[in-house]
Design a protein around this ligand. Structure first.
Ligand SMILES: [Zn+2]
Length: 396
């Protein structure tokens, strides 16, 4: 751990604007709601990319416990996209050559990472707000707190990062600093940033180039936040043709078309992607959503000789077909069905096929596999697969 980093100063200068305050206090400090304002990595040389952050102190402490934090980002030897005009969408990113599923397109430290959001606040933030009410008798305004927090973070940015941030789109009626955060912020799931017992909260990151990507309900890219390098890595979730636009989802992909559009309304556009014009898509997505991925069902089939041998295999292949048809290789269900196919073949004692599907699951780096228990997939790929609980289970 870097010494002194957590000895944060509590700054109380209400007469100064947050931007002035930030300029006076470049070191980490605790702001409204008990969040810590800090630069990650701290003490970075000018050529090292940095993120300005507003995080719970426990999250920062857990990050600093990672040996060698921050790890180097993945070097990108070839730029595989260009910025260009997207019909009816303004600017977008386009592939400059054919890209293979799994290729890394970008590894980038976000301009900003914040656990402050208009969504539910952490317990600590709520406690701080309650304390304010009891002091002043006036309920604090969450919108005002968030706005002030964003001004503080942006005020702390390096000038070039601030310029890149301010150049991003704002599709809200809010001030640019807050509106850009709301328009471009991408959620980071708790497990990606803080799987070490810190407070559970919603994190959001704004990245300059990645935030240029337009939405699709059949996205061809996926991004993963790597807390070790404190960067967002962008992967091709399937093969992408030369000149094809790179897309990313702004909304939950397994909700129905009407719900997706309702959420997209706040971005001010109507989605016309393949899924939004295909009348069968809603039913397909509902089927994908309802597919059960639970080992108990697999175990039940493996032991129940009244069920046909291919009972589960057929269901898995249908699920995979639907996922590919809907262009949903970026979501967790894709990893899960590949892993299930591998387990089913292991139940047959077919190690060749089991390993082929396990390898495909393993390659899905664009799906944050740490969220899953993939120990059995590692066993299938290793030389101790005969010790797996699934090995030859259908033949016993
Ligand atoms: Zn769509």
């Amino acid at each position: 751990m870097k010494r002194g980093f957590l000895k944060a100063k509590t700054v109380v200068t209400p007469q100064k604007s947050p931007v002035e305050e930030a300029a006076l206090n470049p070191s980490p400090f605790i702001g409204d709601g008990g969040y810590m304002y800090c630069t990650i990595p701290q003490d970075a040389p000018p050529n090292e990319p940095v993120s300005e952050c507003c995080l719970p102190p426990e999250t920062v402490a857990n990050l600093l416990k990672i040996p060698g934090f921050p790890h180097p980002m993945q070097p990108i030897v070839e730029v595989l996209f260009r910025l260009g005009e997207s019909p009816e969408k303004g600017l977008g990113l386009f592939a400059t050559r054919a890209i293979t599923q799994g290729e890394v397109l970008l590894d980038r430290r976000p301009l900003l990472v914040s656990s402050m959001s208009q969504r539910p606040l952490t317990t600590k933030a709520l406690e701080a707000m309650i304390a304010k009410i009891s002091l002043t008798g006036q309920p604090p305004n969450p919108h005002k707190i968030l706005s002030s927090s964003m001004e503080t973070i942006v005020g702390r940015m390096r000038p070039e990062n601030r310029a890149a941030y301010m150049a991003l789109a704002n599709s809200t009626p809010d001030s640019p600093v807050l509106g850009i955060f709301d328009t471009n912020g991408a959620g980071i799931v708790d497990a990606e940033l803080n799987d070490n017992g810190g407070p559970t909260c919603t994190y959001s990151a704004v990245c300059d180039i990645i935030s240029r990507m337009n939405h699709s309900c059949c996205p061809n890219t996926s991004r993963v936040f790597d807390k070790n390098s404190f960067s967002i890595r962008l992967y091709a979730a399937r093969n992408i043709a030369k000149s094809e636009e790179l897309t990313f989802p702004y909304v939950d992909l397994l909700s129905c078309k009407a719900d997706r559009q309702e959420n997209l309304d706040e971005y001010g556009f109507v989605c016309t992607c393949h899924a939004c014009v295909d009348p069968a898509s809603d039913d397909h997505r509902e089927d994908i959503h309802e597919f059960e991925f639970d080992p108990p069902r697999l175990l039940k089939w493996a032991r129940d000789k009244t069920l046909p041998d291919d009972w589960l295999l057929k269901k898995c292949y249908r699920q995979l077909e639907l996922l590919e048809q809907e262009g949903l290789q970026s979501i967790d269900e894709y990893w899960e069905v590949l892993a299930d196919l591998s387990r089913v073949y292991l139940c047959f004692g077919d190690i060749k096929n089991a390993r082929e599907w396990a390898a495909r699951a393993y390659q899905c780096q664009w799906i944050h596999c740490r969220r899953f228990d993939r120990a059995d997939i590692d066993v299938i790929l290793g030389d101790k697969y005969e010790q797996s609980a699934f090995w030859c289970l259908r033949q016993r």
